[in-house]
Design a binder for this molecule. Sequence first.
Ligand code: ATP
Ligand code: MG
Ligand code: MG
Ligand code: MG
Length: 563
Amino acid sequence: MAQVQRMSRLMIKTLRDDPADAETLNHKLLVRAGYVRRTAAGIWSWLPLGKKVLDNVSRVVREEMDAIGGQEVLLPALLPKEAYEASGRYEEYGDLLFRLKDRKGADYLLGPTHEEVFTQVVKDMCSSYKDLPVILYQIQTKYRDEARPRAGVLRGREFQMKDSYSFDTTDEGLAEAYQLHRAAYIRIFERLGLDHRIVSAVSGAMGGSASEEFLAPAPAGEDTFVDCPGCDYAANTEAVTFKATPADASGTGPVEELDTPDTPTIETLAAHLGVQASATLKNLLVKVDGEIVAVGVPGDREVDLGKLGEHLAPAVVELVTAEDFVGRPDLVRGYVGPQGLEKVRYIADPRIASGTAWITGANKEGTHAKNVVAGRDFEVDDYLDVVVVEAGDPCPNCGTGLQVDRAIEIGHIFQLGRKYADIFSLDVLGQQGKPVRVTMGSYGIGVSRAVAALAEQTADDKGLCWPREIAPADVHVVAAGKALQTELALDVSEKLGAAGLRVLVDDRPGVSPGVKFTDSELIGVPKILVAGRRSAEGVLELKDRRTGEREELTVDEAIARLT
Ligand code: ATP
Ligand code: MG
Ligand code: MG
Ligand code: MG
């Protein structure tokens, strides 16, 4: 009977009003329904019902990761800084990183993502090609000191992530591990009941080449993506690439575009720019008249727009000058339209209101423009309102007008290649007896964020409305009346529990049926079974939380219907 949770013994307090600071649906509802509680900005406590939902998401993720041969491990979140210094990310992450010292004064950090540590573990454990391929994963607490932790558990400073890492000796092996993850992610998000799109993405601070994001369309999302109604093109607006055609440039210099192959690597880009490809990302973002006016720290990519604005209008902006941009094709780009280079666009973002923005506009394909001139090549007067792609812009593949939507990034998969293996000299002995450099992938799912995304996508005006697999219970039994109703409710709950169902039963004494009904809708278990008026005859009412459909059933019929 362990499956029956009596609300009279559950630590829950539902709220009629939205928390004062809540802007998004998931934040309001998860707090009001007693799933989570704010401990500090971006730091959340998971209460009994919330913990069940979080565990359900983890279970689905775990089952599908196991199914592709992933081996679960648990690495520390508290990490000495050395490995992150070696990769350059101790600096690059900037303020995003939680740094701390131990009693001896040694530097530590709280892990934001674990490429470095996993690389070291595999270096310790695997010495031969026979030890590979391997896929390792963990479901673990991550720490990022986000600039604006908002939207409840959607963007925490402490949050749960499933991160996995693949290790292979060949590029084909990596491609296979990537495809395995991609397929597993599709199954995971389908099982979770999350409507999602797979879009091309930029690799950002991870480095590496190919990368795709799993986006859950929702107005509360902080990402913008384009979707083509005419073909299968879909991309994060950060990664939209338009075909480059030579511009008819006049001004201080010819506008140049890179003529790159379809999926150029960092090396191709570097070769074109005539610089060394560097594994360590640099900070320079935009130079105006030779002076650096905006510096973005890779990893958060936020720049001070005020500072940029002072310089932008009349100046010559050298967008791509040197190695600073190598490895960061996502930073900024010229918008290359049918007439050649038309303008440089910046992504408008809610952050703009507070003075910072993503100055990106990317370009995973590496189509960069050189010697872009403000005023000639892009509009400068109104740049705060400009978005990187607008609805109706032509699809780079087929020319159909693009759709633009908001979404929540719920997963991100990367082919890292040999970036971290190079940093830590991760080799195994190959078939020919010679050392072979290992190639890696890294793959993340926001486990706690998925709870928020699900709430955003499935809630209605009455409250949360979970898909069954994720819900904190299969059925919510409501005792709507006095002793007789409570007795029937508890009896049917025991039977449902014995039949293997997870039951939440509202047996709270002294709580009116009206309050119990409202709470049951707020809590969002998919089926609600009410012991009410006709309890004496052994008749219950079964309600579907989503459709509101009701039917009267005997106890046996109800049990048969629900099991
Ligand atoms: P975002 O663009 O939203 O900041 P990210 O691109 O920085 O996310 P990744 O480094 O790709 O995140 O991490 C993998 C996954 O972890 C993301 O796809 C997302 O689902 C989740 N995630 C990242 N940051 C947070 C956060 N602050 N709170 C909750 N989940 C997060
Ligand atoms: Mg981030
Ligand atoms: Mg992102
Ligand atoms: Mg990401």
